[in-house]
Design a binder for this molecule. Structure first.
Ligand SMILES: Cc1cc2nc3c(=O)[nH]c(=O)nc-3n(C[C@H](O)[C@H](O)[C@H](O)COP(=O)(O)O)c2cc1C
Length: 186
């Protein structure tokens, strides 16, 4: 069973969250987990061109999407990647794969929900099965899911460093997706 994390990060904060999600997925026995960064050089004249990355995702049972929240939604680089997945949409090649997502932004809210909801729509267009975070909010004292998200994992960073709590929340997401993948296989 293969779980893939695919993300864009401009200044490295979402990359840290992505590594945490990967660590969570890797902690599940029987799961082969891999990580892919969307890079600016993959985008030529506005179009995402890294076919090898898309081919790796074709072979995954679960895909976890990650992007910083920029202007209330996913970064343009992630959107270029998402648009390129239309090549898989025509034949519904990713149907019944698991999907999940995470985002990082500077403000406690910062409209991160807009990014997670975009990921959910992307997954739905592909006929994928969305896996939620599955954690109750733990706000006082601050704990896992301190930002109180249900649809996916959220992290706050920019003026602040990404906290260990947010990284731990990311690990929970990765572990949950990998565990659900194994349950479905069984
Ligand atoms: C173009 C741009 C737009 C941004 N828009 C938002 C936003 O809507 N909400 C927010 O809280 N932070 C916003 N930020 C801050 C980033 O989300 C934050 O710095 C994040 O940690 C960046 O992640 P990265 O290091 O993975 O690129 C924005 C930053 C940039 C560069």
């Amino acid at each position: 069973m293969k779980t893939a994390v695919v993300y864009f990060s401009g200044t490295g904060n979402t990359a840290k969250m992505a590594e945490a999600v990967l660590t969570g997925a890797q902690s599940v026995a029987g799961i082969d987990a891999e990580i892919h960064a969307i890079e600016g050089k993959d985008i030529v004249e506005g179009r995402f061109t890294n076919e090898a990355l898309l081919a790796s995702l074709d072979a995954a049972d679960a895909i976890i999407f990650g992007s910083p929240t920029y202007m209330g939604g996913p970064a343009a680089q992630f959107k270029a990647f998402a648009d390129a997945t239309a090549s898989r949409w025509f034949g519904q090649g990713w149907k019944d794969k698991l999907a999940a997502g995470f985002t990082v932004s500077n403000s406690p809210s910062g409209d991160k929900l807009g990014t997670l909801q975009y990921f959910q729509i992307l997954a739905a267009q592909h006929g994928m099965l969305w896996v939620t975070l599955g954690l109750l909010p733990n706000i006082e004292p601050p704990g896992l899911n301190r930002l109180g998200s249900f649809g996916g994992a959220m992290g706050q960073a920019g003026q602040l460093e990404l906290s260990d709590l947010d990284k731990a929340t990311g690990r929970v997401l990765g572990e949950r997706v990998a565990s659900v993948a194994l349950k479905l296989k069984a």
